[in-house]
Design a protein around this ligand. Structure first.
Ligand code: AMP
Ligand code: ZN
Length: 480
């Protein structure tokens, strides 16, 4: 089986191949840090995490880059509305960077609680203004810009494949009424690369540039930072579906205009929205749910992760507390099952490296699990695979746990921690130590061909309810 992903560019399933064998460059649009992430935003980052962990499991070395937007993002992605950062800072009576720091930390606290692995590179927009200016100069030198009303614009009419990602038709765009809010734009879809005449008095953060003192448009940061850390062409870019028609469309136009290379990104992945009864959850509209609000209502963060994995990332997911309760109960049963299996064993040697392939039937389940993820990261099927494994009483507890933990290195539901809680119980420690010593003595005896002693140890342990099983990773023990 090969990993197949649904590529928004071209709207089809494609077998994944990396640009450079064994390595992957992946860019995921990060948060705009003017407020807490809502649970809808977190859906996007759980997808990124599943993607990175699946690729890592396939043996790739993944460089995962995430930006932190702390400048330039207006409430309308098409240059309209308020500056999100500035507005939030004013409302809270704080500085913009102070607000950015606070919500960046809050964001990573949430992602950590959701078992989301830290990106390889986390880059702040305000630390990369020079890179953005450099990229804008390249776009300008190649003739894709015009200056009007104090701002530098990208001219989409110079870029014939504009809108390919979103299946926008160029003719329709051009004949569209020129009645956007910004009268300086030649085409309504043109977008600002650099603002000097800010529509906001007292813009908090401004920098010198060849076009005057000002600040960058929102889209340019993702082009500049991804190119800086991943090169002029890379493998995968992800974000929510709202980004297809404007943000990602503009990112492609800028990047390919600057470098002349096509395609800039080879696979585009977009997650569908998490919706509430009232419709889309929105950070700027307020009244949204955060991870902390779920914790305050008595849920564990990983209950929410379980809930998310129960839906495929390209399907809209309806949030409700009934559904979250269902996820919590299901995860609790999963943990209870893991605990029960852990009670029967004293641990798994070399837990981190153990592949269930060594353990017969459990390996078959692991293959099915991998096949589920190969199908465009089908987490619902992968979860079902985990359940089938844990329900099969023919699989030995060690093999079941080894396979389950291997699966959980992608799913991230905290299974190993649960088992370790059992194995590390203080009252068991002496007994476990004693068994470990006896297993070692038996190994020595067998090495010295003293099979009488070796069998004696096995029988003595059996009388105490401990069964030994010799396998490729050494001798495992479990309770009868
Ligand atoms: P933002 O911090 O607003 O820039 O958004 C961060 C990420 O969350 C982006 O990839 C958005 O596309 C995504 N996103 C925003 N709202 C939702 C939602 N309700 N469900 C899923 N993803 C969302
Ligand atoms: Zn972006």
């Amino acid at each position: 089986m090969a990993l197949t992903l649904y590529n928004t560019l071209g709207r089809e399933f494609q077998v994944f191949n990396s640009l450079v064998p064994g390595r992957i460059g992946f860019y995921g649009c990060g948060p705009t840090v003017y407020n807490y992430a809502h649970i809808g935003n977190l859906r996007a980052y759980v997808l990124h995490d599943i993607l990175v962990k699946t690729l890592t499991r396939r043996g790739y070395q993944v460089t995962y880059v995430m930006n932190i937007t702390d400048v330039g993002h207006l409430s309308g992605d098409n240059d309209s509305g308020d500056d999100k950062m500035v507005k939030s800072a004013e409302e809270r009576g704080k500085g913009v960077l102070e607000i950015a720091d606070f919500y960046t930390q809050a964001f990573f606290y949430d992602t950590e609680r959701l078992n989301i692995q830290r990106p390889t590179v986390v880059c702040k927009a305000t630390d990369h203004i020079d890179d953005m200016i450099g990229l804008i100069k390249r776009i300008e030198d190649r003739g894709y810009t015009y200056f009007a009303g104090g701002n530098l614009y990208f001219d989409i009419s110079r870029f014939p494949s504009y809108g390919d990602l979103a299946l926008l038709r160029m003719e329709e765009l051009r004949t569209g009424a020129r009645t956007g809010p910004d009268k300086n734009k030649r085409n309504p879809q043109d977008f600002v690369l650099w603002f000097t005449k800010s529509k906001f008095e007292n813009q908090a953060l401004v920098w010198d540039s060849p076009w005057g003192r000002g600040y960058p448009g929102w889209h340019i940061e993702c082009s500049a930072m991804s190119i800086k850390y991943l090169g002029e062409q890379f493998d995968i870019h992800a974000g929510g579906i709202d980004h297809i028609p404007i943000h990602h469309t503009n990112e492609i136009a800028q990047s390919e205009a600057a470098t002349g290379k096509h395609p800039w990104v080879r696979y585009w992945l977009h997650n569908e929205f998490l919706v509430m009864d009232k419709g889309k959850m929105s950070k700027s509209a307020g009244g949204f749910l955060t991870l902390q609000s779920l914790v305050d209502s008595g849920y564990e963060p990983l209950d929410y992760r379980y809930f998310l994995l129960g839906g495929h990332y390209r399907s809209q997911l309806q949030f409700s507390f009934e559904a979250l309760n269902g996820a919590r109960n299901a995860r609790k049963s999963l943990l209870d099952r893991v605990k029960a299996l852990a009670e029967k064993t004293g641990g798994i040697p070399g837990l981190e490296e153990t592949e269930a392939g060594e353990y017969g039937k459990a390996g078959v389940y692991l293959e099915a699990f991998d096949a589920a993820l190969d199908e465009d990261l089908s987490t619902p099927k992968a979860l079902a695979g985990l359940w089938t494994l844990l329900r099969d009483t023919e699989v030995s507890p060690q093999a079941a746990l080894a396979a389950a933990f291997t699966m959980d290195r992608v799913l991230g539901l905290g299974l190993a921690k649960e088992a370790e809680g059992v194995w590390n119980r203080e009252e068991d420690q002496n007994f476990i130590q004693e068994i470990t010593i006896l297993i070692e003595e038996r190994r020595e005896a067998k090495k010295n061909k003293d099979f009488g002693k070796a069998d004696g140890i096995r029988d003595a342990l059996k009388k105490r309810g401990i069964l030994l099983e010799d396998g490729p990773s050494g001798t495992l023990w479990r309770r009868e």
